[in-house]
Design a binder for this molecule. Structure first.
Ligand code: SF4
Length: 454
């Protein structure tokens, strides 16, 4: 008698928010896949839809609510998870039909809610999880989450309330995950957390055994070990550090860039430069020292690309504070800058500060900072024209009418999804995503480079 295998239930996933939330989505899907679920790329084919929400800013909350509404309208069977899950009342008031609501990192709870909504078909024919887990990012780059939560209390931020105090993962567990990812094809590791430079502070940098040695849970040790991993072809992966808080010990990782362990890239959100604004934000407020440090970093690792983000229109920010920031940016010559107009977030201390900046002033300052940083970026990219630089390939284009093929990649100065691209012309048909090639840069604009494989 034939064995009838019931079709596996399918899960749809809408993943909103930051890369950290994306890692959560990957973990949830990996577990569901291990439990025998299939994935549906659209609403129609899904037995249940998971919406992984972001609750950081009010605008992100609104986007999350819209996504939940769309999933309800299109499919009707919806489970909500992620940061906004902590505000179950708001979600229930608007969408009483959601099947379940769980908060950020409640993997077990969200998986059991899926089991309840669409029971799994178990048996000998359960799908296998690909090595390295199931990934929403392309196979050649992977996010590596090293900790949760944050011990700071920046006035504009509610992450510590949402995610709690810093909780670092064991260093051996992080390295084992990274090793698996690299042997499964990852060529670029993106280290993420709420505060990467604080890694291990909560565990007193507890050492663990890794490959016969004791390795501390510390950003510097982590960076060195990640940079020592090798793909099956013996190639070192690119390793980027994201969300680095400007502690003095960040200086210690810069030599690792010069020595080739780390990609010369640092994502370090400074948020502002004017001392009074930084103080009001409850951020480290010695801007002159920061400029000095940036100079030193560049003398050690000349190609270092520094990405940062800034908030404009913070309560009490005066025109002269803002001009101070623009002048500071002129000095600092940062490579990549993201700017945000201050937005009061429910529950943030900054909401009680006096002297809110009017919306039209915020907007005007936002336009000015964007123009300033675009000009710096254009000049810095222009200086790369004529150089040969390594580029990781993300995507190969279609064959053009004249038979040529283009490709899109990124230089070491470009993290995926947030920075620029390198557009290549006339690539070989054998080129594939994840390859790292040397590229002659032929042209540049404000954000991107254009070139040809050397
Ligand atoms: S360091 Fe980052 S996550 Fe922590 S409170 Fe400040 S802004 Fe929020």
């Amino acid at each position: 008698m034939a064995t009838i295998i019931k079709a596996a239930p399918k899960v749809g996933m809408v993943s909103l928010g930051c890369p950290k939330a994306l890692v959560d989505s990957e973990r949830i899907l990996t577990k569901l896949r291990a439990d025998g679920y299939g994935l549906s790329p659209d609403y129609a084919g899904a037995d249940v839809v998971l919406v992984n929400t972001c609750g950081f800013l009010d605008s992100a909350k609104e986007e999350s609510l819209e996504a939940i509404g769309e999933a309800i309208a299109e499919n009707g069977r919806v489970i909500v998870t992620g940061c906004m899950g902590n505000e179950a009342d708001v979600i229930r008031a608007r969408f009483p039909d959601v099947l379940a609501i769980t908060g950020a990192h409640q993997y077990e709870a969200v998986v059991s809610a899926v089991h309840e909504a669409a029971p799994p078909t178990r048996g000998a024919f359960v799908d296998l999880v690909p090595e390295g887990g199931l990934k929403l990012t392309p196979r050649h780059y992977s996010y590596l989450k090293i900790s949760e939560g944050c011990n700071h209390s920046c006035a504009f931020c509610i992450i510590p309330t949402l995610r709690g105090k810093l909780a670092s993962r064991r260093i051996d567990a992080v390295l084992r995950e990274a090793e698996k990812l690299v042997s499964a094809g990852t060529k670029e590791l993106l280290v993420i957390s709420q505060d990467t430079s604080a890694y291990g502070v909560d565990t007193r940098h507890e050492p663990r055994e890794w490959q016969g040695r004791q390795v501390r849970a510390h950003m510097t040790d982590l960076a060195r070990e990640l940079g020592s991993l090798r793909t099956s072809d013996g190639i070192a992966p690119w390793v980027r550090l994201h969300y680095v808080y400007p502690y003095p010990h960040v200086d210690d990782v810069i030599p690792l860039m010069a020595e080739g362990y780390l990609t010369p890239y640092l994502d370090i959100p400074f948020q502002h430069a004017a001392p009074d604004v930084l103080k009001a934000m409850k951020r480290p407020a010695n801007d002159a020292k920061v400029l000095e440090r940036i100079r030193k970093w560049r003398s050690i690792a000349p190609d270092i690309a520094i990405r940062s983000s800034f908030v404009v229109g913070f309560p009490g920010e005066t025109e002269s504070d803002f001009e101070y920031l623009l002048n500071w940016l002129e000095e600092a010559q940062l490579d990549r800058v993201g700017a945000f107009r201050f937005e009061p977030v429910d529950g943030a201390q900054a909401n009680d500060l006096p002297n809110p900046v009017p919306e039209e002033v915020k907007e005007e300052r936002f336009q000015r900072i964007m123009a300033k940083t675009a000009a710096i970026s254009a000049a810095k990219l222009g200086a790369k024209v004529g150089r040969s630089i390594p580029v990781i390939i993300d995507e190969i284009g279609d064959v053009d009418e004249d038979g040529s093929i283009g490709a899109t990649g990124r230089s070491q100065a470009d993290a995926p999804e947030i920075d620029g691209h390198v557009y290549l012309r006339d690539v070989a048909p054998t080129l594939k995503a994840g390859d790292v090639v040397l590229v002659n840069v032929e042209d540049a604009d404000k954000h991107d480079l254009f070139g040809v494989v050397a």
